[in-house]
Ligand binder design. Structure first.
Ligand code: HEC
Length: 123
């Protein structure tokens, strides 16, 4: 057989094997930014209580303090665990009782988990 025939056979094999092993990729989770995606959720749902003079001043969730409070200087910081994101105190409370009068929407909780999984960066 001529080399071109071999090449054609190889090409056809590659093509068909690619096609048969093709698996639908899962819907990619869009990248999450702390300042654009996470902070607005915390400030609008949590800051009313999580502030000096309010019911839980140990963890201040204001625009300027939330990041440092969650990672470093809140009463029981860190509230995020990037080695085991689902074991984070923040994630635990979001699935259990925070905010106390009705949990966040599941896509908001998913965004916060994704942010922790991506390294809990101040971006
Ligand atoms: C109605 C008031 C209120 C709102 C709103 C609220 N919290 Fe809380 N939060 C509390 C109180 C009171 C505590 C202390 C008692 C407890 O741990 O359950 C607390 C405790 C916590 C703790 C544990 C702190 C620690 O050091 O043990 C976390 C984490 C937390 N809240 C996160 C949030 C987040 C995130 C939101 C918004 C999505 C939120 N909370 C909204 C009142 C509130």
């Amino acid at each position: 057989m001529k080399p071109i025939v071999y090449l054609c056979i190889i090409a056809v094999c590659l093509f068909t094997s690619c096609e048969s092993s093709y698996v639908e990729a899962p819907e990619p989770i869009p990248a999450v930014s702390f300042n654009n995606d996470i902070l607005p959720i915390l400030v609008s749902n949590c800051h009313s209580c999580h502030e000096i003079g309010k019911v839980f001043p140990g963890l201040i969730l204001s625009t300027d303090k939330a990041y440092n409070q969650l990672l470093f200087d809140g009463a029981n910081a860190p509230y995020v665990n990037t080695n085991d994101p689902e074991a984070s105190k923040l994630y635990f409370k979001l699935n259990r009782d925070m905010p106390p009068f009705g949990l966040l929407q599941s896509n908001e909780i998913a965004k916060i988990l994704k942010w922790i999984q991506d390294g809990a960066k101040n971006d």
